[in-house]
Design a protein around this ligand. Sequence first.
Ligand SMILES: *Cc1c(COP(=O)(O)O)cnc(C)c1O
Length: 428
Amino acid sequence: MNNMTSENYFERAKQVAPGGVHSPVRSFAGLGRSPVFFKSAQGAYLTSVEGKKYIDCCQSFGPLILGHRDPEVQSKVMEMIDTAWTFGACEPYSLMLGEWIQKKVPWVEKLRFVSSGTEAVMSALRVARAATGRTKILKFEGCYHGHVDSLLVKAGSGLAGVTASSSAGVSEQTASETLTVSLDDEKALEAVFAREGKNIAALIMEPLPANYGLLIQRKEFIQKACALAKANGALVIFDEVISGFRVALGGMAEVLGIKPDLATYGKILGGGFPVGCYGGRRDLMDLIAPLGQVYQAGTLSANPVGMVAGLATLEKMERENGYQVLEKRGQLLENKVNDVIKNLNLPLNFVRYGSLFWLHTKTADGSPIRQVEQIAPTQKETFKKLFLNSLDRGLYLAPNAYEVGFLSLAHTEDVINDMVKIMGESLA
Ligand SMILES: *Cc1c(COP(=O)(O)O)cnc(C)c1O
């Protein structure tokens, strides 16, 4: 067992799970090598089964805003594990986290905890359909909302760069309930509302699209989209599974000053444990069982270990001015990577929003990328070279050209300097 390499494990894993993985992006598909198997993690670092240490800029795809195994979070988790693992009954731990969210994110008037971002989105759609009596959902191309059947249409994340417009196994009937429109295209949005407005239960969006690269939207576009939805009697759902508690305590809704009717959360909210949440207007949330007729349940929902991990994470972020610190570190990374790009005269652009970042092939006129179609076809090849060279040198980027990178509070200035050195050598 001790002499097993990542390759050995991967050969065995392929006999157990499809493609050897339990979530597709982990497989290093298209990157020309087999995935690294990790045995442990601490702070900004991962350690492979071979004992090699990597700076981790994936951070489990976002949940670990304090880094791996933050000592404060860990002590709360250990205390909880010594107390109870799951009750399947009422307990005060979810109440503490729920009240904390209500206080800090006031448009979440009521909420329900679930076990993943996908589950949160799926449930929010059910509420939207029940509340409006309509069936259709409008989403943006390239936005990822988990693997809910109806939203695997023109999605991002593991489907980014895939040519088919959705997943096999999603019925045409289900897919037909989803309307898609390009990001940053007001005319197309107006047209779809003019045509289908009366049938649209909800407009769902990532207010900071971060699952098909980082496609930062113009505030006016998001405002316009929300106004159109409202004028047509459709609900606005902000999918803040990635941006919630990442860009600010109140997520992009706080940054933009827009109150969605419903919002979905996950990732950071569980501090590294499986937690999702949906919430928003009280009248909408009161439609859910046992108060209302919308059924939604979960054996392990509001799992106490995830609840205390989430609360400890958020309290620490607030106490340590975490968002300001991350902005400062992000700015440092941005400045230094931009120096590298300039010095090497590379046709690349570094995009950043707080602690989220993405490196992409520059557009012909250097304009920012806001739509999937604007991403250059060379993105995959460019990323592959950067990824493999960085990996050799001890930097683990999310293994896909369309996934963003994440900084955590454990990414100190020293760690960022090491990252830049590795990225500089790899880009050269
Ligand atoms: C990650 C993500 C999801 C899905 O969450 P899971 O916990 O992976 O099911 C949904 N929406 C967005 C915006 C995400 O980033």
